[in-house]
Design a protein around this ligand. Structure first.
Ligand SMILES: [Zn+2]
Length: 386
């Protein structure tokens, strides 16, 4: 199988090197693509310049501050294996300090890595580092320069993250509406969803605004008649779902507790809320919103629902972007993400396939300019001896 944008030598399997700053960068940047390529016979290697020891710890059972570096090194090996890559390395350059280290030394290190593996393609972050992380921006510079200075001159692809208009909340609502019974997730599900939503929105896979809100006992979480927009996942406490008749009489339709979603029906129907949701005790909710929400939106049957669901500004991928359809690998990508247990406390099968495919189904790359086999180095490259 040949894939546009990825060189395939005629005499041997293609070799792909992922060069990143931290364990877990590989999943977001190229998880589906590397799985697709290795499935077709390519040989992959993933190198992280740091062990990610400065990262947050999302699960106290997974690591402590002292063990995080070694744990993440093992997590990288497991995640890579889930993507069909048996060969991983973690260098021990201090996490969080790459931008402050001598760039020439870093490039030299990366040149050695490339010369040893002789990849046809090197994949790393683009100059924006995905979302501006200094380590990511530095590894982008290093990988690109090292590929130019290496013997085999592989092409360098930068992972690109166009800001999607896709809303995670829409994917969740579609899924909930398809279920026969009311969904009730575990605490693990709620934590996993929050981390997943955060990661997805940070890299632009999803456009939702995320929030955690507290509602004291006896307050409205949703008011009947208001336009739909937000989706609530109850994290703690209990709620009553109460319908108010035209004469003002109230009927409790249902109760819900931690792990339950509320608000999905109104969103699915595109209709004003048909019941109140009231906090019975102190209630904490994870709230997904479709972008900027107008607080002055009218209540009652004449509410302008359409204006409430604000259209998201999305990016259009450039014409030179390489677009890889990885819908078939999306579940594999979610499983690889779950291997990074210390960072994403989730299980690979926690979310429905439709949701994972909707978010993870396409990966984009841009070829770094002015390099690659047989292509001239860019003119602004300093001449030798300078
Ligand atoms: Zn990273």
């Amino acid at each position: 199988m040949t894939m546009p944008g990825f060189p395939q030598p005629s005499n041997r399997p293609a070799r792909i090197l992922g060069l990143f700053a931290h364990p877990d960068d590989e999943v977001f940047c190229m998880g589906g693509t590397i799985a697709k390529l290795t499935d077709a016979g390519a040989v992959g290697r993933i190198v992280s310049l740091t062990r990610g020891e400065a990262g947050q710890i999302r699960d106290v059972t997974a690591a402590s501050r002292r063990t995080l570096g070694e744990v993440r090194e093992r997590e990288l090996a497991a995640a890579a294996a889930a993507l069909g890559v048996a060969d991983t390395r973690c260098l021990d350059l201090a996490d969080g300090t790459l931008a402050a280290q001598p760039i020439d030394d870093l490039v030299e290190t990366a040149v050695d890595i490339i010369d040893e593996f002789e990849p046809d393609t090197v994949i790393s972050f683009g100059p924006d580092g995905g979302y501006g992380h200094p380590d990511h921006m530095t590894v982008s510079t290093i990988a690109t320069a090292a590929a130019q200075h290496s013997r085999s001159r592989p092409i360098t692809l930068h992972a690109a993250f166009p800001r999607s208009r896709q809303l995670l909340l829409s994917l969740i609502v579609e899924w909930l509406e398809d279920l026969d019974d009311r969904f009730r997730g575990s605490e693990e599900f709620a934590t996993g969803l929050m981390l997943f939503a955060n990661g997805s929105s940070m890299l632009g896979y999803a456009a939702d605004h995320l929030d955690v809100r507290f509602y004291p006992a006896g307050t409205y979480i949703i008011e009947q008649g208001e336009p739909p927009g937000e989706l609530f996942l109850v994290l703690s406490g209990n709620v009553d779902i109460v319908a108010e008749a035209t004469d003002g009489s109230l009927t409790t339709l249902a109760s819900a507790g931690p792990g339950s979603f509320v608000g999905e029906d109104g969103i699915a129907r595109g209709q004003p809320r048909n019941a109140h949701v009231v906090a019975v005790d102190g209630v904490t909710c994870f709230v997904l919103s479709p972008g900027a929400v107008s607080l002055s939106a009218g209540r009652g049957s004449t509410s302008e629902v359409e204006t409430f669901l604000v259209d998201q500004p999305g990016d259009t991928p450039g014409s030179d972007w390489i677009e890889v359809d990885v819908r078939a690998q999306a579940t594999q990508k979610a499983r690889a993400l779950a291997c990074h247990r210390s960072q994403y406390a989730l299980r690979g099968d926690m979310f429905p396939r439709s949701m994972v495919e909707g978010l993870f189904g396409v990966e984009y790359f841009v070829q770094a300019r002015g390099e690659g086999r047989g292509k001239p180095v860019s003119p602004d490259e300093p001449s030798t001896g300078a």
